[in-house]
Write a protein that binds this ligand. Structure first.
Ligand code: PLP
Length: 366
């Protein structure tokens, strides 16, 4: 493998995670969430690897257009819908399914001139207070959509859970009860569950599950590891050692001199920095795997480099040595904790200069 930093995507892991989620929600259909460049894993390669999904979901119309341009014919759901007539026409052209969460979007559909018949997902705000019609607005929105007639191929219902990542949060039960009360007897297809709810809340499965994070092999549930849930990390962020040096007691490393050697120290300089999407606030002692061994980060992350204390390494660390920043053997969840953030942000934040390589072998070196 040439180059320095790269994100190696394991297609086998993506498919294994999809299979696991299907087993956990038997008989349900899967809308694989591939927004934000498939959580940094590469939109088109991920969609190709997950060709078995029943649909894909994206946040923005540009993402859907890229999938269609790549020849993806699977249904695609626009999670935020469209916001003007031009987007509505484009959605018709690409045969996209629309989430409708605002009266403006119903008006756009009612005014549409094209003969296209949309699958529409009416979004109910059951407590997230972000998008969707509130329970008291639901009946009116539903009636308006039903009046659309020819523009409507099928009407479906969805909601989104705010706290499914906490096992047994009472707010989840409340959201489910509100959704059930509104949707009972309508005879309409439903969708509720993000990854956390697929894994932790069978009552929330509905007809279509909407996993994102878990497909990428990352735990969506607070305090539970991906491995314990049976998920396999799909991304390994790999790079190399580009220099090593000895630092005498009292000297510092990097900008600001925030770390100081308290003993004679051997450092490895690693080609990875915030220019690649690593957080600058990764705290000291964040583990970095060099030659498979976890070793502590020291000093500040800079744009293109970071430093690792390899004094205690059991095998000698050399220039060109293999470095794993996260992936199989070092969960991105751990690294996110060290930056005070969530794995979602780290994965989506990978920079454009980091090449993505899809690897199909399941003997991935890990
Ligand atoms: C992003 C998103 C999901 C997927 O969430 P995960 O926690 O990654 O599984 C599901 N539904 C909606 C509406 C989303 O915006």
């Amino acid at each position: 493998m040439t180059g320095l930093i790269r994100a190696v995507i394991n297609g086998h892991a993506l498919r294994a995670n999809l299979r696991l989620l299907r087993q956990l929600a038997p008989g349900r259909r899967v809308m694989a969430v591939v927004k934000a460049n498939a959580y940094g894993h590469g939109l088109v390669p991920t969609a190709v690897a997950l060709a078995d999904a029943d649909a894909f979901a994206v946040a923005r119309i540009e993402e859907a257009t890229l999938l269609r341009a790549a020849g993806v014919r699977t249904p695609i759901v626009l999670l935020e819908g469209v916001f003007d007539a031009a987007q509505l026409a484009e959605a018709a052209h690409h045969d996209l399914e629309l989430v409708v969460h605002d009266p403006l979007q119903i008006a756009l559909l009612a005014a549409a001139r094209s003969p296209h018949r949309f699958v529409v997902w009416l979004k109910i705000d059951t407590g997230m207070n972000r998008l969707g019609f509130r329970p008291e607005q639901f009946a009116h929105a539903l009636a308006q959509l039903r009046q659309l007639g020819p523009q409507l191929r099928e009407l479906r219902l969805l909601t989104h859970l705010a706290r499914a990542d906490e096992r047994d949060a009472p707010q989840t039960a409340e959201q489910l009860a509100r959704f059930a009360a509104l949707t009972a007897g309508q005879g309409l297809v439903t969708s509720i569950a993000n990854s956390a709810a697929v894994l932790g809340c069978p009552a929330a499965h509905g007809d279509w599950i909407r996993p994102g994070l878990a497909l990428y092999g990352v735990s969506p549930i607070a305090g539970e590891s991906a491995a314990s849930l049976g998920l396999q990390p799909a991304m390994s962020l790999r790079t190399q050692v580009i220099s090593t040096r000895h630092v005498p007691v009292g000297e510092t490393v990097g900008y600001g001199g925030t770390w100081q050697a308290r003993r004679p120290t051997r450092l490895a300089i690693v080609a990875a920095g915030y220019g690649d999407g690593l957080p600058r606030n990764l705290r000291e002692s964040t583990p970095v795997l060099i030659g498979g061994e976890p070793l502590p980060l020291v000093g500040r992350v800079s744009m293109d480099m970071l430093a690792v204390d390899v004094t205690a390494a059991r095998s000698p660390v050399q220039v060109g040595g293999d470095v794993l920043l996260w992936g199989a053997g070092l969960p991105v969840e751990t690294v996110a904790d060290c930056a005070g953030t969530v794995p979602y942000e780290l994965l989506c934040g990978i920079s454009q200069r980091v090449p993505l390589a899809l690897e199909e072998s399941h003997f991935d070196a890990g």
